[in-house]
Design a protein around this ligand. Structure first.
Ligand code: 56B
Length: 369
């Protein structure tokens, strides 16, 4: 039987069914390497470890809680400020809106008390953190500013003043890293609309051929701001938090249809931010060496790229992978539970707990305190 006897339909079917990476178009592989690097970090970490008992207990409670909440891609659109087609966005508008969110989805951290920290007033409510970003973008669209259209980012009418207005705060503290955010938007607008042939976010999706891994690698190839890498124990390690969260947000925003179809969505890992590692530590999944514990307790900043930061991020990715495997071992029918949904759930749980503490009650969420 020669190669050309193989039915291409069958090859495509097998590729889709078993997530086999197809021939690398543009030399783009569907393997991001993030999980492999996370395991490398875990195997070489000395200040962060994963507690196997804590992981098993957390896996059971997380699965139970996700079942009770019927946690799925639909949960994404239930968030009050997430963009949806029901607000009059076309599919392309929605893709571009999600792209804008995840270009800027970083560092909402503040040293100030809640009453003084950066916050956005939108439709009579105040938002901080990740939600403040969503509020800025929704408010801009309401004001007729096309803040989520990449072509606008490189338009001469789109000045620093425009962005200061879009990201204006309801307090004295402005949005963290405003200059970096403006630079990322301009750089990304140039990549899309000042390269030849003309690129667009939708064109990138087409080049990715519905592979989550390929799309992550395309984003890293074309956009420097998505190149979330570090050096650890003499080796480059890939974390790709925002590139992965963009693919995951697309998958969720489109409910795994249309531009949200990814045959290998299970290839994505947890997104190594600062919220989920905090929660994994409080769930008894991650444990830290005494010097690192004291640093966290004393709220001392850990610099980006510093060994402790890489250990916390890499071990969090690996811990969520172990939780995912444990859930599947305990519940073989839970095939739909992937690292993306576990991560989304853990982030939302972290925010619920933060709100419960702020409102003075320890909301009972059924997970280990
Ligand atoms: N690992 C992980 N990190 C996430 C998210 C999200 C929001 N995703 C939404 C989409 C679906 C989910 O249901 C969420 O509602 C933001 N972040 C990160 O947290 C930080 C902001 O924290 P705070 O200042 O407290 O709001 C910042 O680095 C941001 O990049 C997530 O899902 N996973």
């Amino acid at each position: 039987m020669s190669d050309d006897d193989v039915d291409p339909e069958l090859v495509e079917l097998l590729r889709q069914r078993f997530g086999l990476s197809g021939p690398a178009q543009d030399g783009i592989s569907s393997d991001t390497g993030v999980l492999k690097d996370a395991e490398y970090i875990y195997n070489n970490a000395i200040d962060v470890s994963i507690d196997m008992y804590g992981t098993k207990a957390a896996a059971e409670s997380i699965h139970e809680a996700m079942l009770q909440r019927a946690y799925s891609t639909h949960t994404w659109s239930e968030h009050e400020l997430h963009p949806t087609k029901s607000q009059g966005l076309s599919d392309v508008d929605l893709v571009n809106f999600v792209f804008t969110i995840d270009l800027l989805n970083f560092s909402f951290w503040s040293e100030l008390p809640d009453s003084e920290r950066f916050q956005v007033e939108y439709k009579g409510k105040r938002y901080t953190g990740y939600k403040s970003l969503l509020a800025c973008l929704q408010r801009a669209l309401d004001e007729g500013i096309p803040a989520t259209t990449p072509r606008f980012w490189v338009d001469k009418s789109c000045s620093d003043e425009t962005w200061k207005h879009v990201f204006r705060s309801a307090t004295e503290e402005e949005i963290p890293l405003l200059a970096q955010r403006i630079a990322i938007l301009r750089e990304s607008g140039q990549v899309l609309h000042q390269s030849s042939p003309d690129l667009s976010v939708v064109r990138l999706l087409e080049k990715a051929e519905q592979s989550a891994g390929k799309l992550v690698n395309l984003l890293v190839k074309y956009f420097p701001s998505f190149r979330d890498e570090a050096r650890f124990e003499g080796r480059k390690v890939r974390l790709y938090k925002r590139a992965q969260i963009f693919v995951a947000d697309l998958w969720a925003a489109f409910n795994a249809t249309g531009y949200g179809i990814f045959h290998d969505i299970g290839h994505l890992t947890m997104f190594a931010d600062y919220r989920v590692p905090q929660l994994l530590r409080s769930l008894g999944v991650l444990s830290c060496s005494p010097p690192l514990e004291y640093t966290i307790r004393d709220k001392k900043q850990i610099a980006s790229g510093q060994s402790w930061e890489v250990q916390l991020r890499g071990c969090s990715i690996w811990a969520v992978e172990l939780i995912r495997r444990e859930i599947l071992k305990q519940h073989p029918d839970a095939a739909g539970v992937n690292a993306v949904l576990i991560d989304f759930f853990l982030y939302d749980l972290a925010k619920e707990r933060e709100a419960a503490v702020r409102e003075g009650h320890s909301g009972v969420d059924g997970l280990p305190a």
